[in-house]
Design a protein. Structure first.
Length: 299
């Protein structure tokens, strides 16, 4: 029986619709060893060609044997127009070399990246013509570990580190993630170097409330930015739908446990005391709303 998430005729599809892999075999934000979060700004005049190109590339990568890697394509909502995003999930960093070899040597991939689909410009392959120069950005997200469980309690198997799903108490049937959610909030925040541990403790406390209060409606995972900016933290908060996002906003406004997080003294008196706000650099917490790119019939 085909385990894939069916595309709904009545509404948008999750990112799993972009892959032919059965749902129980997909890598995603909850079960992968590390994730590359990639974004790019499309040129306005080539927005359609850019989306078509990247949808084709994603489809080809997902049908190829890259040791289980999954590639998901998203639109940015309520942010910069025509900025697109990918979440690319791997078991280990070594698997990235497989994709590099494919890009360099696979004839179909080379054709997709270099063929002239945007003929009115010159001197660049198709993806270079469709994307604003210097706008492609990559960040490596590794599931935060060491604060929620003992290292020997989980067998990470083929994975580089324990997957993010062990941060939650949700069952597998309740878990939301990059493959099955209809809305994802990618939150980033720069922890103060002085209070880096306190910032992580707050981040876990906040997401524990999300995961405890909204099972089956929302799931949050916390990640470190590796090989990037030290102490920049990332959350991927996945929602069943827009209503679930509104439910979280209402909880943050009215729920006693969420409200208590705002006044809890996460910083010890010996360090001067303080709430969670003192543990993050002001102005650095940002949310980006990601919606799965919708494949058109025949795409």
């Amino acid at each position: 029986m085909d385990q894939r998430t069916a595309r709904s005729a009545a509404g948008p599809s999750p990112a799993s619709a972009q892959s032919p892999v059965p749902a129980d075999k997909l890598l995603h934000s909850g079960n992968s060893g590390f994730t590359i979060a990639r974004s790019a700004q499309l040129k306005y005049e080539h927005r359609a060609e850019g989306r078509k190109l990247f949808a084709d590339v994603i489809a080809y990568m997902n049908q190829s044997d890259l040791n289980g890697a999954s590639f998901y394509f998203y639109e940015e909502a309520f942010g910069k127009q025509d900025r697109v995003h990918w979440l690319i999930h791997w078991k280990t960093p070594n698997d990235y070399a497989i994709s590099l070899h494919m890009v360099d040597h696979d004839e179909k991939m080379i054709d997709m990246l270099e063929s002239d689909r945007v003929p009115e410009d010159a001197s660049a392959g198709v993806w270079g013509r469709a994307v604003v120069e210097g706008s492609v950005r990559e960040r490596i997200l590794v599931p935060q570990h060491g604060l929620v469980h003992e290292e020997d309690e989980h067998d990470s198997g083929e994975l580089w580190v324990d997957p993010a799903k062990v941060q939650t108490g949700q069952s597998d049937t309740e878990l939301l993630h990059s493959a099955n959610a209809l809305l994802t909030v990618h939150r980033t925040g720069q922890a103060s170097h002085e209070f880096r541990k306190e910032a992580r403790l707050y981040a876990f406390a906040w997401q524990n409330e999300v995961n405890r209060k909204l099972p089956g409606r929302a799931t949050s995972y916390l990640y470190e930015e590796t090989f990037g900016v030290m102490d920049r933290l990332h959350w991927l908060v996945h929602f069943k739908d827009f209503d679930a996002y509104q439910e979280l906003l209402e909880l943050e406004r009215a729920d006693d446990d969420f409200r208590a997080l705002g006044t809890r003294q996460f910083i010890a008196g010996a360090k001067g005391g303080g709430t969670w706000g003192r543990s993050f650099v002001p102005g650095t917490i940002e949310d980006t709303v990601l919606l799965p790119y919708q494949l058109h019939p025949g795409a």
